[in-house]
Design a protein. Sequence first.
Length: 164
Amino acid sequence: MASSLKNLSSYDENSVPSAQNMKFGIVVSEWNRAITDALYQGAYQTLIKHGTLPDNIVTIGVPGSFELTAGARTLAKRTDVDAVICLGCVIQGDTPHFDYVCQGVTQGIALLNVKFKIPFIYGVLTTLNQQQAEDRAGGKHGNKGDEAAITAIKMADIACRFRK
């Protein structure tokens, strides 16, 4: 469903497992910082709301969305996180750069999901303009950071249940 038809922050709280014993990594892009800071706050607060202890959230910043993959790989190799949330924002401009960055980060995160035994969550906004980004980072369509955190909790729960 298109996010313009759905509030990204709406979910059934009863469908979310407890995150009390889970540890999460969050990799956040510094590019489009006003947007990515809002995404980060949404993800962080949602993890806390569902029981994650603040000490069990490891956060690193990377220069841009393209670097999210390398940052996420580093967290997976150097920490014992149960899932990694990748947060970024790419706004279309006048050159094909948008297409290359979006394609690269999407493929990179997908590849990490195949190579590692933990989930990597795609929390990257790919919008046509600044307003669309603002609408999805705490604006009228909710916060993609909230959605990414809920996805991380659910996927970490699945990974933990089947890890044995």
